[in-house]
Design a binder for this molecule. Structure first.
Ligand SMILES: CC(C)(COP(=O)(O)OP(=O)(O)OC[C@H]1O[C@@H](n2cnc3c(N)ncnc32)[C@H](O)[C@@H]1OP(=O)(O)O)[C@@H](O)C(=O)NCCC(=O)NCCS
Length: 170
């Protein structure tokens, strides 16, 4: 499928991911969530992300399918905090194949995961993405997200710190 052949929402099937879909979902994610996508993010895309989220809440692991081809996925879970009566939905990964982005697939996946989260009693959905991800941020704003909170990631290179300490020893 080329970028000129965006599927219409009616032709697109959003369904729960199955174990057989893991390899396709994994490879689409590999093309999207590279180290350049988010060098500082504490979550990295690997096979455990898919299996862990699938094991914790398979109803919130969805794929978008068109003509038996998987074009994108949404993987989420719910979070309950001890000091809050609210149940949160956490959309952890949302990805659409590079060639067909901006064709409504992400929107269709989001619509369905939102519906399922609401059905599970979720009152607020959370997403996180890199501050440089302009397309993603624009997408989420279009879906009604707001109140962006900045988060600072810092690193401490232990091998260098250890070396400096060792240098100081008599
Ligand atoms: C974010 C993403 C899932 C959106 O899926 P999509 O199928 O492209 O989205 P839709 O076609 O349903 O929605 C289109 C809207 O998304 C935003 N958008 C999507 N791609 C964009 C791009 N390259 N540049 C600017 N805005 C973009 C725009 O708001 C656009 O609406 P507009 O054209 O009216 O401005 C997809 O771009 C993607 O997979 N990105 C890489 C992974 C990622 O960043 N995931 C989100 C964090 S987990």
């Amino acid at each position: 499928m080329t970028s000129e052949q965006h599927p219409q929402e009616d032709d697109l099937r959003i369904r729960e991911m199955s174990i057989d879909d893991f390899p396709v979902v994994f490879h689409i994610g590999e093309d999207l969530f590279t180290s350049e996508y988010s060098p500082s993010m504490y979550r990295t895309w690997d096979e455990y992300e898919i299996t862990t989220l699938y094991n914790s809440d398979s109803e919130l692991c969805l794929v978008a399918e068109f003509n038996n081809e998987i074009l994108g996925f949404a993987l989420g879970t719910t979070v309950e905090k001890s000091n809050s009566a609210w149940k949160y939905g956490y959309l952890v990964w949302l990805g659409v194949k590079p060639g067909i982005q901006k064709g409504g697939v992400g929107g269709a996946l989001f619509k369905e995961i939102k519906r399922r989260m609401r059905e599970q009693g979720v009152r607020m959905i959370i997403i996180d993405t890199d501050a440089d991800n302009e397309a993603g941020i624009r997408f989420f704003k279009k879906q009604g997200f707001g109140n962006p909170q900045e988060h600072v990631y810092m690193t401490l290179n232990l091998s260098r710190a250890n070396r400096r300490k060792a240098d100081r020893k008599p």
